[in-house]
Design a protein around this ligand. Structure first.
Ligand code: G6P
Length: 608
């Protein structure tokens, strides 16, 4: 989703803006632009397409010590040169970048057109901001931004510069991510830490309804009442390298291969030398847990799929009823949330707006909020009572991979922890799962070492447009994730189904050479899966099965089989997801797609 950057200092802003935007590319975008101040005139360069298109139209002599930049993911109006940001007011004295949606923009736009005779150049909601700031501008940019924001309803991270105040950059945040980077004689704004990491590790995390006034040597944060706010400097400890490709052709592949490390970090940081789970950040005890009579897990996309498996783990180990919802639906079904509810938000980015809004709704209704999040200091993390970080490291590829396996790991730890607190899990099972989790990094590596098998399979199937994933039990939840991965980066119209549901309609679609990915890792459901495989085989399907090593009978019913190392049924998804990720990756690469930045998708969805 849209990314914003801003620079104010003593150097030429242009390379900083371009470099910053390049680090935000992963968020997904379809046009890009910058605004700078040349000889006291605001100059805009913007274009549809990728950053390289923007670089082509830049004036190589353009220099400015202040500037704002933007990557746009189209919502209001198609991707086009005119709809790209930054936007200017009519007299071209104010330039604005915006991530989010101004919900009441039509009303503001009509008023500006009718009463103020403003002519709009774009179809975007964001352009109203430039005209509104202009309308209120009386020599003080911060004051004008306060007044403009007061008229706006919606979500926004905004950066504004004025030709008349060339030494000032103003920013404001509500529900869309915004950080400030502190440099020497220079300061920055951005949507996300990687955009600034090359220049500084010292960040200020801006909260909702806060305004930031930046000059080259001073940053002041104000709250909505215009009072200055103190903010501790957030020091980024991870390295820029973790946001680089390190020899892999794509971030997505690199991130798939980082899973042993991510899972290891997520588990080992939580176990003491007696193998007891220590969840720093989770603040409830047995007494508080006793009061919890239901749990909602709410998330989007891949994080939701992790939640489906988390639900099973919590119900099995902690014996508390759990519902799992997609965040965009949760709020609209009037869920039974009260002070006996534990609400679990799952999010890689911690900025997905639907997840965040669901969290807030649950909080309003009295629920306790626990979040499983990857990005440290993100909005979801900050608004939670209890926090479980997945230590996956920065995930840049739009398709979520290592976030998923670390989310699953975090869920197992949480479920075991709650089971122990409640006394609802037997010691033997507890120990078996802990031991199983400890072996996961090595076992994932074993799976990755056989990646060439999947590469070969992909070479034979990458043009097959008819694909189904099916599974039973936890494999059904995994089928959803495998299918999502394939469709998001290969653009194949794949879908997933509970294998038992096949006969209730979907089997009508199976014909010669339909490619069926059959997940058959669950011992207790293995025989039933064999029957389902036979059913699709009998109708001409080409079956690729994933099963636990040693279950050789499946070789007779399937065209290809990938064997994962033996493990407990419960933990099998952590291993079995890997061949599905690799399949999606290789198919996408063979089709010549932009694997890391698939069309129409955004890494961090900050609109509802
Ligand atoms: C987007 C991404 C997905 C991700 C989903 C939820 O759709 O493309 O990969 O699973 O958002 O994101 P979150 O950051 O909340 O996990």
């Amino acid at each position: 989703m849209c990314g914003i950057v801003g620079y104010i200092g003593t150097q030429n802003a242009v390379p900083y803006l371009i470099e910053g935007l390049s680090k935000l590319e992963y968020r997904g975008y379809d046009s890009a632009g910058i605004a700078i101040n040349i000889d006291n005139q605001l100059k805009i360069f913007k274009t549809k397409g990728r950053l390289k298109n923007l670089e082509e139209i830049l004036d190589p002599n353009a220099k400015s010590v202040i500037g704002i930049g933007h990557t746009r993911w189209a919502t209001h109006g198609a991707p086009s040169n005119l709809n790209a940001h930054p936007h200017l007011n009519q007299s071209e004295t104010i330039a604005v970048i915006h991530n989010g949606i101004i919900e009441n923009y039509m009303e503001i736009k009509e008023w500006l057109i009718k009463d103020k005779k403003v002519t709009f150049k774009s179809e975007t909601d964001s352009e109203v901001i430039a005209h509104l700031v202009d309308y209120f501008y009386e020599g003080d940019l911060l004051d004008a931004v306060y007044k403009a924001v007061d008229r706006m309803i919606g979500a926004y991270a905004i950066g504004v510069i004025s030709k008349d105040e060339p030494n000032r950059l103003v920013a404001v945040r509500k529900d869309s991510p915004l950080i400030v980077g502190l440099g020497e004689n220079e300061n920055f704004i951005a949507s996300d830490i990687p955009a600034l990491l090359k220049y500084t590790r010292n960040m200020l995390l801006i909260e909702n309804d806060e305004f930031v006034d930046l000059t080259k040597d001073k940053v002041t944060i104000y709250n909505s009442l215009r009072q200055p706010v103190e903010r501790e400097v957030f020091k980024v400890t991870w390295d820029i390298d973790s946001a680089e490709k390190e020899g892999f052709e794509h971030f997505t592949l690199k991130e798939i291969f980082e899973q042993p490390k991510g899972v290891k970090e997520t588990v080992l940081r939580r176990l003491n030398n007696k193998d007891e789970i220590v969840l720093e950040g989770v603040n409830f005890d047995a007494e508080i847990l006793k009061n919890i009579n239901k749990i909602y897990i709410v998330a989007c996309g891949t994080a939701y799929h992790a939640g489906l498996i988390g639900r099973r783990a919590i119900e099995q180990f902690a014996k508390i009823p759990v519902e799992c919802d997609v965040a965009s639906e949760f709020r609209y079904r009037d869920p039974f949330v009260d002070d006996k509810t534990l609400f679990i938000a799952v999010s890689q980015s911690g900025e997905t707006l639907d997840t965040l809004q669901s969290l807030r709704e649950a909080k309003r209704k009295g629920a306790r909020i626990l979040s499983i999040v990857n990005v440290v200091g993100s909005s979801v993390a900050r608004e939670s009572d209890d926090l479980l970080y997945t230590w996956a490291g920065p995930e840049i590829g739009v398709a979520s991979t290592k976030a998923y396996t670390t989310q699953l790991t975090a869920f197992y730890l949480l479920a075991l922890y709650m089971g122990k607190l409640k006394g609802s899990i037997e010691e033997a099972l507890y120990k078996a799962v802990i031991n199983g989790l400890k072996t996961m990094p090595d076992l994932i590596q074993e799976v990755l070492d056989k990646g060439h098998e999947i590469q070969k399979l992909a070479a034979g199937q990458f043009n097959n447009e008819k694909v189904f994933f099916m599974g039973r039990g936890v494999d059904c939840d995994l089928a959803y994730e495998g299918s999502l991965k394939l469709k998001e980066i290969s653009y194949i119209n794949s879908f997933a189904i509970a294998a038992g549901e096949l006969k209730h309609g979907t089997i009508a679609l199976i014909e010669d050479e339909t490619f069926v990915v059959a997940l058959a890792t669950q011992e207790k459901l293995y025989d039933k899966m064999l029957s389902n495989i036979k059913e699709v085989k009998a109708r001409g399907a080409h079956v690729f099965a994933i099963a636990q090593a040693g279950n050789d009978q499946i070789l007779k019913t399937s065209d290809e089989v990938f064997f994962i190392p033996r493990t407990m049924d419960e933990l099998a998804p952590i291993l079995a997801v890997v061949p599905t990720q690799l399949l999606a990756y290789y198919v996408s690469a063979l089709r010549g797609n932009d694997v890391d930045k698939p069309r129409n998708l955004a890494k961090s969805v900050t609109v509802e």
